[in-house]
Design a protein around this ligand. Structure first.
Ligand code: ATP
Ligand code: MG
Length: 337
């Protein structure tokens, strides 16, 4: 039987975090055996908020290398950079024209990110891309007809919008897209900010103490975990509503050790927060040290460029076929009767 297809991406807005790893990247790697996997670096989404060109370039290179350093296998998965496949932007435009402003303004990510720009920079300069990127994201997905899109919980709303756009296009112009489902991990689909556990951990956060970057110095990682906000109860229990900080540390521990939450709670029974933080730091540091070693081996290797070219060529074939179909059905392709 043919393998089902999966597709996902991470944006180049900042340094890849432990949240991105647990909610997304770890699953890409685990699922590549079972699924036909398409994973890309979403650099077009990386310019939806203002970013300096040197930082952008660095982020792209770093994310590409991290994909392979974390275990994506170029022989099993198709890994590429979004802007290398021009069809993404072209279909993005067609779908933008079939999406309403109201739908886009309702997106929580748009509301959060535009509010953040206003409050932090005191500016009304909200790039239009920040509003319309979900329709580009719909194009990213629909070009490849994936059955599933492995993402963290924050992306659920965008996948729902993608489904709505796909259904709308199919109804209006004729069957062109299959309808994708999101695929979120049972645990770890929303790792929280270490300094404010009511918010999700984000790579675009302004305070670096609120996230752990996969490439952070390992001593810094320990310090960040030590200074994570907990509560004053000194009771280790999984209770995300009342004990979000402690529950977040338990979730990180459980995700990285593959122990169930019950096993983790038993393990920490009667222990204090100091021990919890030390042990969480140990498992995180162990993981990051492996990733960083591989990262340093791969960084600047010509092999990575070759893998990306291979990936882009494979992606382009599928994307081109789908775009042609859409252009035929929507009347853009004037040569076709
Ligand atoms: P930004 O703040 O720029 O949006 P981000 O950290 O949210 O950055 P994205 O590139 O938007 O990262 O998301 C990449 C993937 O990581 C998505 O599947 C997203 O759902 C997942 N993800 C992001 N943050 C978390 C988190 N805190 N916990 C679990 N998964 C997450
Ligand atoms: Mg995000």
């Amino acid at each position: 039987m043919d393998k089902k297809r999966m597709l996902s991406a991470i944006t180049t807005t900042g340094q890849i975090t432990l949240g991105n790893y647990i909610g997304a990247l770890k699953n890409f790697v685990a699922l590549q055996e079972e699924f036909e996997m398409y994973i890309f670096v979403a650099n077009l989404h990386g310019i939806t908020v203002p970013i300096e060109k040197d930082i952008l370039r660095k982020n792209i290179k770093s994310l590409v290398t991290l994909y392979f350093a974390c275990g994506l296998d170029p022989n099993k998965s198709t890994v590429f950079v979004q802007s290398d496949v021009l069809e993404h932007a072209q279909l993005g435009w067609i779908l933008t024209c079939n999406t309403t402003i109201g739908e886009l303004q309702r997106m929580t990510q748009f509301k959060d990110k535009s509010t953040k720009i206003k409050s932090e920079n005191g500016t009304e300069f909200i790039p239009t891309g920040l509003l319309i990127y979900p329709s580009l994201m719909a194009a990213d997905i629909l070009l490849y007809d994936p059955a599933f899109v492995p993402v963290g919980k924050d992306q659920k709303q965008h996948i729902e919008l993608t489904r709505n756009i796909a259904e709308r296009m199919n109804n209006k112009f004729g069957e062109m897209f299959s309808i994708p489902q999101e695929y979120t991990p049972k645990l770890g689909s929303k790792i929280m900010d270490l300094q404010d556990p009511s918010k999700k951990m984000s790579k675009s956060a302004s305070n670096p103490k609120s996230y752990i970057a996969l490439l952070d110095d390992l001593d810094v990682v320990r310090k960040k975990i030590k200074s994570a906000i907990t509560d004053s109860e000194n009771l280790i229990k999984y209770d995300p509503e009342n004990k979000p900080g402690v529950s977040n540390l338990l979730t990180i521990y459980s995700s990285l050790t593959s122990k169930t939450m019950e096993e983790v709670e038993t393990h920490f029974e009667g222990k204090d927060y100091g021990i919890l933080k030390d042990e969480v730091a140990d498992v995180v540091v162990e993981l990051l040290s492996k990733i960083q070693t591989r990262y340093n081996e791969l960084f600047n290797s010509q092999q990575v460029d070759e893998w990306l070219e291979l990936g882009a060529n494979k992606a382009r074939k599928i994307a081109h076929k789908k775009l042609t179909k859409v252009q035929n059905l929507t009347g853009l392709n004037y040569k076709r009767k």
